[in-house]
Design a protein around this ligand. Structure first.
Ligand code: ADP
Ligand code: ASP
Ligand code: MG
Length: 813
C-alpha cells in the first residue's frame, strides 16, 4: 500500500486534477492507494482573507467568498460533462460557508477555533469534488473524512495529534475498507470533543505522513509543483536543481529552515518506521524527484541544500547582570514558551553577556512586552537592558549530514557573503553540525542564496554581472567582444559574463537575467532616461552577486561615483582616467575602499589602452623588483602628429588630420599641451608607490604662449597657422641632428617630466610608428636591457579588449 499526497497546485485546476487522476489510476494498478489532497491552490489564503475582512466588518468579504465559489465551480465544470449533481451538493456547502462568514461579520470576531472551522472548507471541498469525479468515472473510489480518523488536542490552527487514538482509528478503518482508492482531505482533524482543528499551514503533508505511519505503508509520496526538494528555493535561484537523495535529518533541517516543499513535522511519523518519502512533480511525473530515506547514497557534496526563512525578528537580551548567574536563559525561554512563541534560532555570546534569538516577526511585539515584563526588576536596577528588537531579517542555513567532517565550510560561507557585501547579523551552528545558519537582512536574501549556491553547487561556473556606462564607440566594441566570447569563457574559464545594465548620457536599460546581446540596440533606443545617480541606485537595488561597474566615459561626474560603488562591494573597471589622475588623496581613497570592501578597482586602459602596462608594473612591484626609471611614449595622438608633420606638411594640417581620424580628444589642446601624457605618467608613478600630484610633473611644452593661451579650439587652430615657423624650427633642428621628434614621458627617482625630445637613430623610440605607444621599465632586474611593452596605444578595439581583460581578471579572482 502507498500513501500519495497532492498539494494545492496539483489540485489547483481541472487540467491538473486530470493529471492527478491519471497518476492515481496508474499507481492503483499495483496496490490499493490512499490519496490525501490539499485545498485547491490559494483557497486557504482566500478563506482566511474573507474571514479577516468579515471580522473587520468589511463587506467585501462577500466578493472574496464569491471568488472562492467561482474557482470551485470552474474546476467542477472543467472536470465533468454532467456537473449538475456535484454542483448541487457543493452549493449547499457554500451556503454553510456563507453563513459562517456572516456570523463572523456579525460578532466581529474570528477566534482560532472559528478560523479552523473556516479553513477546513478548503480541503473538505477539494476532496469531495475529486472523489465525486472519480466515482463518476467508475474508478473504485471512496471518500473518507480524515476528521473521523485524526484526533488532536484543541491547540487550534496547529493542533497536536493524539497518536494512540488516531493510529487505532486509521488501522480499524482501513482494515475494513476494500476500495482501491481512498480519498481524504489533508490538513483537517477533530478534537476529542468533536471540534474542527487543523494541523498548521502546509499540514496536508503531515496528514499523509500520519496515515502512512499508522498503516506502515511501503512509501509516502508527496506530489507537488516542483520536481523534488531543490538545492535551494527554485523560485529564487534559477540554477537550483533537485537533490536525488536526502537523509531524514537533512530533509527535516531543510524544511525547518524554510524549504516549503515539505511541511517540517511530516518526517517525524515516518522516520522511526523508515518509510521513504518520495517527492514528485504532478506536472512532470517522469522526473525522478527526491527520495528521503535512511539509505546512504554516494554524494560528493558536503552541503546538500540551502534554505531560508523570511520575516524574522532578532531579539537580544544583554547586560552585565547576566554574567555567571544561572537561570536567566531559563526564565527567558519560559517566558516565550508561556506566550507560545516559537524560537527559530538561538546564539549566546561566550561571555554570557548577551543572548540573541530569532522569532517570527509577527510575534516580535508580544515577545518584547512579555520579556520586558518578566525582567522588569533587573531592568530597573540596570542589570540588564530592555530587550533590543531588530526586524526585516532572514535566516539562511547551509545543511548537510557530512558537514561536520569537513573543515572550512563556515569560512566559505562567510567569505562568500562578505565578498558580496552581505552583512551577517548573527550566526549559529547546530550542535549536530548538520546546519550552519546566519541572520542577514531580508533584502539580501536573493543575492545571498544565489552567491552561496554558486559557491557550493556550481563550483564550475561563476556569473559576472556587468553594468556598462558609456555606450559609445568603445562601449559598443566591448559589448561585441563579450557577446562573441561568451561561450568560450563559459566553457574554458567557467565564467558566465552577463551584461545586466547599459547606459549612455541619455538612456539606460537593465535586465537582471542578462540583456540579450543579439538584440539590445532597439530596446536601448526606447529605454528610460538615464542619470548617473539613477544608474547607481538601480545597480544597488538589483543587489546581484559579482557586480562590476564599467566606466567607458571620460566624464568627471561618473568618476566621482566610483567610491559609492566600491563601498557597496561593486567592482569598478574604468578606462576613464580622471579618478586615478585626480588628487593623490582621492586616488588613495579609492585604493583603500577597494581593499576594505573587497571590491576590485582596475584601470589598465588608463595608460596605453589595451597594452598590459599597469599590470606589468604591478607585477614587478609585487614580486619585489625596484623600478629605477620609466621612459615612455604614451600619446598615440602626439606620435601620429610628429610622425606625419614635416617641412612638406604644415603643423596645423597635421593636427587637423589627427583630429579628423579620431586620434585626439575633441579638444586637441588636451593632447598637445601634454596634459594627457602627464596624467598617464602620474598614474604610473603612483602605481609605483609614489604619492605624486599632477603639479609635481615638469611639463616643458613645445607649444607657444599664443597656442597655450587660445580661448577656443578654433582660436587654437588659428594660432597654429600663425606659429608655423616655430614648429618648422623644431622639425629642422631634429632633422639636422638626424633625430625624430617624440613626445616622451620620463619617471626617475620619484620625479617625472613630459616633453618633446629629439630621439636619435637606434633608440627604441626612433622608429615608433603611427599611434603606437612604448614603455621601457628599467629596474633592478632589468637594469640595462629594459622590460619593454609596445603596441597600439589607442583605438576602440584595443581599449575595449583592455576593459574586457580587466573584467575577466575580476572573474578569475
Ligand atoms: P504544495 O501546494 O504542493 O504543498 P508548496 O507550495 O507547499 O506546494 O511547496 C512547493 C513550493 O516550495 C515550491 O513551489 C517552491 O516554491 C517552494 N520551495 C521552497 N524551497 C524549496 C526547495 N528547496 N525545493 C523545492 N521547493 C522549494
Ligand atoms: N491548504 C493548507 C494550506 O494552504 C494545507 C496544505 O495545503 O498543505 O496551508
Ligand atoms: Mg505544501
Amino acid at each position: 500500500m502507498k500513501v500519495l499526497k497532492f498539494g494545492g497546485t496539483s489540485v489547483g485546476s481541472a487540467q491538473n486534477i486530470k493529471k492527478v487522476i491519471a497518476i492515481l489510476q496508474k499507481e492503483s494498478l499495483s496496490s490499493p492507494i490512499v490519496c490525501v489532497v490539499s485545498a485547491v491552490g490559494g483557497i486557504t489564503d482566500k478563506l482566511l482573507e474573507a474571514g479577516e475582512l468579515a471580522k473587520q466588518k468589511n463587506k467585501s468579504y462577500i466578493t472574496v467568498f464569491e471568488k472562492i465559489k467561482t474557482i470551485h465551480f470552474k474546476v467542477i465544470e472543467g472536470l465533468t460533462n454532467n456537473p449538475k449533481s456535484i454542483l448541487k451538493e457543493v452549493d449547499a456547502t457554500f451556503e454553510n460557508l456563507k453563513q459562517l462568514l456572516n456570523g463572523i461579520y456579525l460578532i466581529n470576531e474570528l477566534s482560532p477555533k472559528t478560523s479552523d472551522k473556516l479553513v477546513s472548507y478548503g480541503e473538505l471541498l477539494s476532496s469531495f469534488i475529486i472523489a465525486k469525479v472519480m466515482e463518476d468515472l467508475n474508478l473504485n473510489t471512496v471518500l473518507k473524512n480524515s476528521q473521523e480518523l485524526i484526533v488532536t488536542n484543541t491547540n487550534f490552527t496547529k493542533a497536536e495529534v493524539n497518536y494512540d487514538i488516531t493510529n487505532k482509528n486509521i488501522i480499524d478503518y482501513f482494515n475494513k475498507a476494500n476500495q482501491l482508492i481512498t480519498i481524504l482531505p489533508g490538513f483537517v482533524a477533530k478534537s476529542q470533543s468533536g471540534e474542527t482543528t487543523t494541523l498548521g499551514r502546509g499540514g496536508s503533508d503531515f496528514t499523509a505522513a500520519i496515515i502512512a505511519a499508522a498503516l506502515k505503508v511501503e512509501q509516502l509520496e508527496i506530489w507537488t509543483d516542483v520536481s523534488g526538494m531543490y538545492t535551494t528555493n527554485p523560485k529564487l535561484v534559477k540554477q537550483a536543481y533537485p537533490i536525488a537523495n536526502l537523509s531524514y535529518q537533512e530533509a527535516m533541517e531543510l524544511s525547518h529552515f524554510g524549504a516549503k516543499v515539505l511541511y517540517p513535522p511530516t518526517v517525524q511519523p515516518v522516520l522511526n518506521l523508515a518509510i521513504p518519502i518520495h517527492i514528485k512533480n504532478t506536472l512532470h511525473p517522469e522526473a525522478f524527484g527526491t527520495v528521503i530515506s535512511n539509505h546512504k547514497k554516494e554524494n560528493h557534496l558536503t552541503v546538500k541544500g540551502i534554505s531560508h526563512i523570511d520575516n524574522v525578528a532578532l531579539l537580544t537580551l544583554e547586560g552585565s547582570g547576566m554574567v555567571g548567574i544561572p537561570g536567566f536563559s531559563k526564565r527567558l525561554f519560559e517566558t516565550l514558551a508561556n506566550e507560545k512563541i516559537n524560537i527559530i534560532f538561538i546564539t549566546q555570546a561566550s561571555s554570557e553577556h548577551s543572548i540573541c534569538f530569532g522569532i517570527d516577526v509577527n510575534n516580535a511585539e508580544q515577545a518584547e512586552q512579555a520579556i520586558n515584563n518578566a525582567f522588569e526588576y533587573e531592568i530597573s536596577l540596570h542589570k540588564i537592558n530592555p530587550i533590543i528588537v531588530e526586524k526585516d531579517l532572514s535566516i539562511i542555513a547551509l545543511i548537510g549530514d557530512n558537514m561536520k567532517s569537513h573543515q572550512g565550510i563556515s569560512g566559505k560561507l562567510f567569505s562568500t557573503l562578505g565578498k558580496n557585501n552581505i552583512n551577517v547579523r548573527a550566526i549559529a551552528q547546530g550542535a549536530s553540525e548538520k546546519n550552519i545558519s546566519a541572520v542577514i537582512n531580508q533584502s539580501d536574501v536573493k543575492k545571498a542564496l544565489n552567491c552561496l549556491h554558486e559557491r557550493f553547487f556550481e563550483v564550475n561556473t561563476k556569473q559576472l554581472n556587468v553594468f556598462i556606462t558609456g555606450i559609445g564607440n568603445v562601449g559598443e566594441k566591448l559589448i561585441d567582444q563579450i557577446k562573441q566570447q561568451h561561450n568560450f569563457l563559459k566553457k574554458n574559464l567557467k565564467l558566465d559574463v552577463k551584461i545586466v545594465g547599459m547606459s549612455n548620457s541619455r538612456k539606460m536599460i537593465f535586465n537582471p537575467n542578462g540583456i540579450d546581446l543579439n538584440n539590445w540596440t532597439e530596446p536601448f533606443h526606447h529605454a528610460d532616461k538615464s542619470s548617473i545617480e539613477g544608474f547607481y541606485q538601480k545597480v544597488i537595488e538589483l543587489n546581484l552577486r559579482n557586480s562590476i561597474f564599467v566606466d567607458v566615459t571620460a566624464n568627471k561626474d561618473v568618476a566621482s561615483v566610483y567610491k559609492n560603488y566600491l563601498k557597496q562591494s561593486v567592482a569598478v573597471v574604468a578606462c576613464n582616467k580622471i579618478a586615478c589622475s585626480d588628487t593623490f588623496a582621492n586616488y588613495k581613497n579609492l585604493q583603500d575602499l577597494s581593499l576594505k570592501y573587497n571590491a576590485p578597482f582596475l584601470y589598465e586602459t588608463n595608460v596605453g589602452a589595451g597594452l598590459p602596462i599597469i599590470n606589468t608594473l604591478n607585477n614587478l612591484v609585487a614580486s619585489g623588483d625596484k623600478v629605477i626609471s620609466i621612459q615612455a611614449v604614451l600619446s598615440g595622438s602626439l606620435n601620429f602628429v610628429f610622425n606625419n608633420f614635416s617641412d612638406k606638411k604644415n603643423f596645423h594640417d597635421t593636427v587637423k588630420q589627427a583630429q579628423f581620424e579620431g586620434y585626439t580628444e575633441p579638444d586637441p589642446r588636451i593632447d598637445l599641451s601634454g596634459i594627457d601624457v602627464a596624467r598617464k605618467i602620474l598614474i604610473l608613478a603612483r602605481e609605483n608607490g609614489i604619492p605624486m600630484e599632477i603639479e609635481d610633473i615638469t611639463n616643458d611644452s613645445f607649444l607657444t604662449e599664443a597656442n597655450l593661451n587660445s580661448d577656443s579650439v578654433d582660436d587654437f587652430y588659428d594660432t597654429l597657422i600663425n606659429d608655423e615657423a616655430h614648429f618648422q624650427k623644431l622639425y629642422a633642428s631634429a632633422k639636422a641632428n638626424k633625430c625624430q621628434l617624440k613626445y616622451v614621458a620620463e619617471y626617475k627617482n620619484g620625479k617625472a617630466k613630459v616633453g618633446l625630445q629629439e630621439v636619435p637613430e637606434g633608440h627604441p623610440f626612433y622608429n615608433l610608428e603611427g599611434k603606437d605607444n612604448i614603455v621601457m621599465f628599467y629596474t633592478q632586474r632589468y637594469p640595462e636591457q629594459p622590460l619593454i611593452v609596445k603596441g597600439a596605444g589607442a583605438g576602440a578595439d584595443v581599449t575595449a579588449s583592455g576593459l574586457f581583460a580587466d573584467i575577466i581578471r575580476i572573474g578569475n579572482k
